[in-house]
Design a protein around this ligand. Structure first.
Ligand SMILES: O=C1O[C@H](COP(=O)(O)O)[C@@H](O)[C@H](O)[C@H]1O
Length: 333
């Protein structure tokens, strides 16, 4: 399996693309100059396009991905706010862009050439939406609204319309600050990392009616941690065995094991990583965690111990300035 790692560095307006080798080694494939400060990125499910949000002229840029993983700019469409997070529905027909500062989430059609177009709907008055996540049914849009302490829920139609779900939101603890989400591969559990209180909430999906309910809240920081909590990202391994979160102030990755059914998380350790790990990701085989240090201008490849989930640093690589997003593609050919 060949994989390509893309790293977005807004301060130098660059994307670095690396081939990921069998032993976790990276070799630089391409450095792309982006027309703007590039922040969030998302891959199309077919693996042929990469979408990135840029500033200060708010836009989403579509890149075509060649057979070797290199990028070529194909299109650019406007956004109604600064892009904080971008997502794509599971059929690859619509792109979502959440804007923390503009309190909105826009929905963009993706045309037959795979290009993200101007928005057809904008959901307004969502206080500090930090991400927009389509659930595994592809029918529910889950939007962690950091300043509302709840995850707003919208029914998502095949036409790309989002209407308030009959249960409008999932409430978190006061001051939690819900931020990013991950889904268990069994499709029955969703996990949300809370930026401000450094916790993860576990939500179980009732298969009979599709409703989510919180079943666990777990502190992700070391028991003696007294500093300000500033959690950022969350990812689960493809086999659903291990879950990782990052905290920026401490520059730690938390290592959690996941019970076989996905319902119970257990904190098993911490890994010291690059300074201010705002974004990281896991490769498609579940063997490596690749973390961007927003303040170190470097990424780290760490190996996952398959028996415990523990991380061991393999090597660090320089990238652009202020790296904050990591996306990993499995090349199909
Ligand atoms: O995580 C955070 O994100 C928000 C929004 O980020 P932006 O890149 O869309 O401006 C940021 O304002 C906040 O300070 C930070 O903790």
């Amino acid at each position: 399996m060949k994989q390509v790692v893309y790293v977005a560095s807004p301060e130098s307006q660059q994307i670095h693309a690396f081939h990921l080798g069998e032993e976790g080694e990276l070799s630089l494939l391409q450095t792309v100059d982006v027309p703007g400060q590039v922040q969030p990125m998302v891959l199309h499910p077919d693996g042929h396009r990469l979408y990135v949000g840029v500033r200060p002229e708010f836009g989403v840029v579509t890149y075509n991905i060649a057979h070797d993983g290199t990028l070529q700019q194909a299109a650019m469409a406007p956004l109604p706010g600064s892009p904080t997070h971008v997502g794509v529905d599971l059929q690859g027909r619509f792109l979502f862009s959440a804007s923390y500062s503009f309190n909105n989430v826009s929905i963009h059609p993706i045309n037959e050439k795979g290009e993200a177009l101007a928005p057809i709907h904008v959901l307004e008055d969502i206080q500090a939406p930090h991400s927009a996540n389509i659930d595994p049914t592809n029918q529910l849009l889950m939007i962690p609204a950091l300043k509302e302490d709840r995850i707003r829920l919208f029914d998502f139609s095949l036409q790309g319309e989002a209407t308030p779900h009959h249960i409008p939101a999932l409430q978190t603890a006061a001051g939690a600050g819900p931020r990013h989400m991950a889904f268990h591969p069994n499709q029955h559990f969703a996990y949300c990392v809370n930026e401000l209180n450094g916790s993860v909430d576990v939500y179980q999906r009732d298969v009979t009616n599709g409703q989510y309910r919180m079943v666990q809240t777990l502190d992700i920081m070391p028991s003696d941690f007294k500093e300000t909590r500033w959690a950022a990202d969350i990812h689960i391994t493809p086999d659903g065995k291990y879950l990782y979160t990052s905290d920026r102030g401490s520059s730690l990755i938390s290592v959690l094991t996941v019970s076989e059914d996905g319902s119970v998380l257990t904190l098993v350790g911490h890994h010291a990583t690059q300074t201010q790990p705002r974004g990281f990701n896991i490769d498609h085989r579940g063997r490596f965690v690749i973390t961007a240090g927003q303040k170190s201008d470097a990424i780290e490849v760490a190996k996952i111990d398959q028996n415990s989930g523990a991380l061991t640093t393999l090597k660090t690589y320089p990238v652009g300035k202020g790296p904050m997003w990591v996306s990993i593609l499995e090349l199909k050919n």
